[in-house]
Ligand binder design. Structure first.
Ligand code: ARG
Length: 442
């Protein structure tokens, strides 16, 4: 792993020099190949390590075999310390699109990803891996934080119509010529923003029939449906890079399925997002005069119930925070049985609602950074986002905002900060998963 500690200049120690980029790739590669061979009972990794070393000497990087890529992507999920849904890390479907780097082709594959991940509601955890960064040729990037996002339109006098998380990216899309909803709506799907290395950002509409959405209604409150809330079925994180054995895949969108609180508590409940609690409380006839009536708590509970109920009624996979917490503890046990440490970030793992009623709350964990993993891209350089339109436009999008366009993980993240933003959660899938798991255990 690339060390960030200072060299030891004490008199007795040999002077340590910063190793070259190729050396760092080499070191990470060896570590990864060794892990790959060990966990898959492939015998000695020496032959493959020699091969990889030659390739790195020659080109500065190396090409993963399809099996290494699939394993690497799955372990990246397993190492994501902020993800509560890791029990099914082994079930991740890996789409190898490493030959693809043109923006239009990326957009087309992203749509294919959406369709197969959505799978009519029987959501499949999946990742699509596009071209890697090479020493002489950076790979492409997806600027959108998820493949599907709702626009956030700033109002002249302040305030936002739609999702406030997506204001910056909405502004950028408009500068690129996206007309926006007419009139602007609260749930207008944004086009996908893609950037080929060294090229301007381009924009790509996602066909409506590739997007499954669920209208939110409540099992008992008839008025709830009139709030007009809806959410998309599949969260596909698209602005993180995948790091495997010293190779960086800058565009590698991945998805699991939702845990209800991500939508109910955070996307709809957060004051900085759709901020629905007061409206719901008043429909419930609760006094909002003082916080001590716990109107927020009651509204949150009904909102979460409505989300779970609506997804269930629509036949779209979603998990709840109680089930998922129990599964996570199962995951920890299983990892321990395999003799592996499992990095966990308490502040992300503990659900935002009914926290202390879940077992994950009542214990401590250790967190550490381990590759393969997913990482948040550093802020894009201003020039790299420049487009003819945005250069001409006086109101350039705030790059600082764009760097953190949305905390798409906000739903499980009471505390943000730090670069390391793994995510993904899962629920039980078709029998195949359980089969895989029992194999894992054996
Ligand atoms: N919290 C994000 C959202 O509300 C999604 C993050 C990924 N979640 C997941 N279940 N894989 O859109």
């Amino acid at each position: 792993m690339a060390g960030s500690t200072l060299p030891d200049f004490s008199p007795s120690a040999p002077i340590a020099y910063e190793s070259s980029a190729a050396d760092r790739v080499q070191e990470s590669a060896e570590q990864f190949i060794t892990l790959f061979h060990a966990e898959n009972n492939l015998g000695s990794p020496d032959h493959r390590i020699r091969q990889v070393r030659r390739e790195i000497e020659f080109s500065g990087s190396y090409w993963h075999t399809p099996a290494e890529l699939a394993f690497g992507a799955r372990v990246a999920w397993r190492n994501s310390s902020r993800c509560i849904g890791r029990l099914y890390w082994h079930s991740l479907r890996v789409r190898d699109c490493r030959e693809i780097s043109a923006a239009a082709d990326i957009a087309a594959e992203a749509v294919t990803h959406l369709r197969s991940a959505t799978n009519g509601g029987r959501i499949r955890p999946q990742i699509t891996v596009f071209a890697p960064d090479a020493p002489d040729q950076p790979g492409p990037r997806i600027i959108s934080s998820q493949l599907i996002r709702y626009a956030g339109y700033e109002l002249v006098g302040g305030g936002v119509v739609g999702d406030p998380s997506n204001v910056a990216v909405t502004r950028l899309a408009r500068e690129l010529g996206w007309p926006g909803g007419r009139p602007p709506g609260r749930f207008d799907i944004l086009p996908l923003l893609v950037q080929e290395a060294g090229a301007p950002v381009t924009m790509h509409e996602i066909p409506a029939d590739a997007i499954l959405e669920v209208g939110i209604e409540h099992p008992d409150y008839r008025w709830f449906a009139n709030l007009g809330l809806r959410w998309y079925a599949v969260p596909v994180i698209s602005d993180m890079y995948l790091e495997i054995g010293g190779v960086r895949y800058p565009a590698a969108p991945f998805n699991g399925w939702y845990m209800g609180t991500e939508i109910g508590s955070r996307d709809f409940g957060d004051a900085g997002r759709y901020d629905e609690l007061r409206e719901i409380a008043s429909h419930m006839g609760l006094s909002t005069a003082t916080d001590r009536t716990l109107w927020k708590d009651k509204a949150l509970t009904e909102l979460n119930l409505a989300v779970l109920h609506s997804f269930d009624a629509a036949g779209v996979a979603i998990t709840d925070h109680h089930t998922e917490s129990a599964r996570f503890l199962q995951h920890l046990e299983r990892e321990e049985r395999h003799g592996r440490g499992c990095p966990v970030d308490w502040s992300w793992i503990v659900p935002p609602t009914a926290s202390s009623a879940t077992p994950v709350f009542h214990r401590t964990y250790t967190d550490f950074d381990q590759t393969p993993n997913f990482y948040r891209h550093p802020a894009p350089a201003p020039a790299s986002l420049a487009t003819p339109a945005s250069l001409a436009a006086p109101a350039e999008p705030s790059l600082r905002e764009l760097a953190q366009p949305v905390d798409e993980l906000a739903a499980v993240c009471p505390h943000q900060g730090g670069e390391h933003v793994p995510h993904l959660r899962m629920i039980e899938e078709q029998g195949g998963v359980e089969r895989q798991l029992s194999q894992l255990d054996s």
